[in-house]
Unconditional design. Structure first.
Length: 49
């Protein structure tokens, strides 16, 4: 996360405006490995955006 082509700030603004009451759950490639290490890192990144 943070190294690809997705502009998460813009994406979140669009999602907030078009679907304000819908949850967003990220799917992280192999995020389950090492007790979810990849998932938790991605979630921490997204919380800062």
């Amino acid at each position: 996360m943070g190294f690809g082509d997705v502009n998460f700030q813009s994406l979140f603004q669009i999602l907030d405006e078009s679907t304000p009451n819908i949850s967003f759950i990220p799917e992280i490639w192999q995020g389950h490995k090492n007790d979810g290490e990849g998932f938790w890192k991605a979630l921490e990144y997204l919380e800062k955006v």
